[in-house]
Design a protein around this ligand. Structure first.
Ligand code: S3P
Length: 428
């Protein structure tokens, strides 16, 4: 499916976003191994989070939809059954396969799990290694790719230092640690999003985080809960940037997740000079939630490196668009992880910029987009990557020379099925 995006003069109005993708995955998995039903409000309708629910259903978990609520009938730590529908399908979702593998490794049955072509190119050794240390039996294509065949075993607790900044790896080890006797410890050099820790605590696990060391007590009794997923700040990023590249824009976004391990985005935009206000902040299910208002203002540009790069890793494609129209441009360093996302996002950002006549210097672990550049209307490609589809749809709003086409635009539905409808409603 192609999408035609016309240039916009301004963007205005208000937005209610889909439920956070990261939090939805965690609620979907943890509710299934908790005891009794959980009612999850605003569970993401994106294909990725639905892949997680599909896997849980294949393993015998009953899931009902009641309006905007998803009811997951948890069966406790020992309640999953061997898939009745053959291989589990993680679709496009790295979070599904990497986090769920932690649970699968501890079952009393064998599971084969795979996904689409993009997932088949993404490294799984990052979760296979710690799980094997815990006693898991996993075979993978060429040692590190899908499909994974996971023979359930009794796992033992480990003390693990993650070799890269990855919340998926941390979460995989913690979810596996639920099934092991004793304390599982995960140490991170760079702190990553802590939604797994927050969610496990909400469902009744004993878990402590002190600085970058997380300690989980194994074999907890998890209890079904009623929870609401906050709006996805990573989805908000597309509209924040859209407002910041079109003069006169003003947008309000309601009920957005503001977890401090995610909200570095707002700090970074504010540092660049973006007029952003956060209002009505409260807590729900251990997660901070609030409303965001943004108005157009010219922004300075900036540098992303180290822990900031890790914290903003999903937002880099759309921040690169802001970089191109900023005063000084955007320099992205320490972003090797971008090479192993749904696409090699350094390459796919660079290719679409080239098509728009935008200069970008590509480095092995990052790139530099000089500022004050003109964007030309073009035929752009998502390359099957949801964040590339949405980032370059935003770029097309500021393009000169007419409409742009986004090829394979449907990829956006992996995290944000209504993205184009909302974008077009805000644009004038
Ligand atoms: C996620 C962690 C990040 C992020 C992904 C979601 C999560 O991946 O890019 O979109 O929900 O834990 P890594 O763990 O590979 O950094």
């Amino acid at each position: 499916m192609n999408e035609i995006i016309s240039p916009a003069k301004t963007l205005s109005g208000s937005v209610l976003l889909p439920g956070d993708k990261s939090i939805s995955h965690r609620y979907g998995m943890i509710a299934a191994i908790a005891e009794g039903p959980s009612r999850i409000k605003r569970y993401s309708g994106g294909a990725d989070c639905q892949s997680t629910l599909g896997c849980m259903e294949s393993m015998g978990i009953k899931i009902e939809r009641d309006g905007d609520d998803t009811i997951i009938h948890g069966q406790g730590l020992e309640g999953l059954k061997a898939s009745a529908t053959g291989d589990l399908d993680a679709g496009n979702s790295g979070s599904t396969i990497r986090m769920l593998s932690g649970i699968l490794a501890a079952q009393s049955f064998t599971t084969r799990i795979a996904g689409d072509e993009s997932l088949a190119r993404r490294p799984m050794d990052r979760i296979i290694n710690p799980l094997k240390e815990m006693g898991a039996s996993i075979t993978a294509h060429n040692g590190r790719f899908t499909p994974l065949t996971i023979e359930g075993r009794t796992l033992h607790a480990i003390d693990y230092t993650t070799p890269m900044a990855s919340a998926q790896v941390k979460s995989c080890v913690l979810l596996a640690g639920l099934f092991a006797e004793g304390k599982t410890i995960v140490r991170e050099a760079i702190r990553t999003r802590d939604h797994t820790e927050v969610a496990l605590r909400e469902f009744g696990a004993e878990i402590d985080s002190l600085k970058n060391v997380i300690t989980l007590e194994g074999r907890p009794q998890l209890k079904g809960r009623e929870l609401e997923v906050p709006g996805d700040l990573s989805s908000a990023a597309f509209f924040l940037v859209a407002a910041l590249i079109r003069p006169g824009s003003a947008i309000s976004i309601y009920g957005v997740g503001l977890n401090p391990t995610r909200s570095a985005l707002l700090d970074f935009l504010a540092q660049m000079g973006a007029p952003i206000k956060v209002l009505d902040v409260g807590q729900r299910g251990g997660e901070l939630v609030g409303d965001i208002q943004v108005k157009y203002a010219p922004v300075k540009g900036g540098v992303l490196e180290g822990a900031t790069t890790a914290a903003l890793i999903d937002e880099i494609p759309v921040l690169s668009i802001l970089g191109a129209v900023s005063e000084e441009g955007l320099l992205v360093k320490d972003a090797k992880e971008l090479r192993v996302k749904e696409t090699d996002r350094i390459a796919t950002v660079a290719e679409n910029f080239k098509r728009m006549g935008v200069k970008v210097d590509v480095h092995e672990n990052g790139f530099f987009v000089p500022g004050k550049q003109k964007l030309e209307a073009a035929t752009l490609d998502s390359f099957g990557d949801h964040r590339i589809a949405m980032a370059f749809s935003v770029a097309a709003l500021a393009a000169e020379g007419g409409d742009s086409t986004i090829e394979d635009a449907g990829a956006a539905s992996v995290s944000f099925p209504d993205f184009y409808t909302i974008l077009k409603r805000l644009a004038s």
